[in-house]
Design a binder for this molecule. Structure first.
Ligand SMILES: [Zn+2]
Length: 230
């Protein structure tokens, strides 16, 4: 019944592409084939010493880091992430998570992952948005690589103000102690995959990795959907 209703609905109101606004054809989900193709992929696929790994060199010890695509000031990636964050479209996050998950699936550096952890938002902000966009990505990744998802052991204890206008050092100070763990033992000897939507300076991910890094014998990897090349 529900399926019939959906088909009827689509007949009268064909769903449109989240990237270009064009109509989707049968078999396309949220994004049309052309937009999907046009996403500027990094093709790092979790390769060693890729530019995303290099961002964290000398800052925090990681097992690996990767990004699915480049973030540009204009274009499809910006549009998709904007809809994910501000237009109440969590389903976009799951689809983008599928893309990211596929890019690291069965890659040697990511095979030993135990837990997928979305970068936490402060509860207040999550409540305003209705969901955490990184958690949607994590759900999408989990559909592909099938590891345990954990979204309540690492949490954000301080709400940070908007970071865009601050200098790098101030940003670092601002985020350095904002993450905490409810249970350190849980991650002892485990390999954690931290997930975020966009990587720019890496300060927030660094802060989270810094907190996780205090756990004994932990291995930390990072996967982001998009990365701003400097
Ligand atoms: Zn499109």
């Amino acid at each position: 019944m529900k399926q019939l209703f959906t088909s009827l609905l689509e007949l009268f109101y064909p769903s449109s592409c989240e990237g270009c606004g064009g109509s989707l054809v049968k078999g396309e989900e949220l994004i049309c084939t052309k937009c999907r193709y046009d996403i500027p992929k990094t093709n790092y696929n979790g390769e060693e010493e890729n530019p995303v790994e290099q961002i964290f060199w000398g800052r925090v010890r990681l097992h690996s880091a990767t990004a699915y695509c480049f973030y540009m000031k204009t274009g499809i990636v910006k549009k998709l992430l904007h809809s994910l964050k501000y237009k109440s479209k969590p389903e976009i996050g799951i689809l983008l998570g599928n893309f990211l998950g596929t890019s690291i699936h069965q890659k040697p550096k990511f095979e030993s992952i135990d837990y997928i952890i979305p970068l936490p938002l402060h509860k207040k902000r999550e409540h305003q948005r209705g969901y955490n966009q990184s958690q949607m990505l994590a759900l999408g990744i989990n559909e592909i690589i099938d590891k345990k998802l954990d979204n309540n052991t690492l949490y954000r204890s301080v709400e940070t103000k908007t970071q865009t206008k601050k200098k790098r050092y101030e940003r670092w100070e601002n985020v350095n102690e904002i993450f905490k763990l409810t249970d350190e033992k849980k991650f002892e000897g485990k390999h954690i995959l931290l997930i975020d939507d966009v990587l720019t300076t890496g300060a927030t991910l660094e802060a989270a990795a810094h907190t996780l890094g205090k756990v004994k014998d932990i291995k930390i990897s990072i996967a982001v959907f998009a990365y701003t090349k400097s």
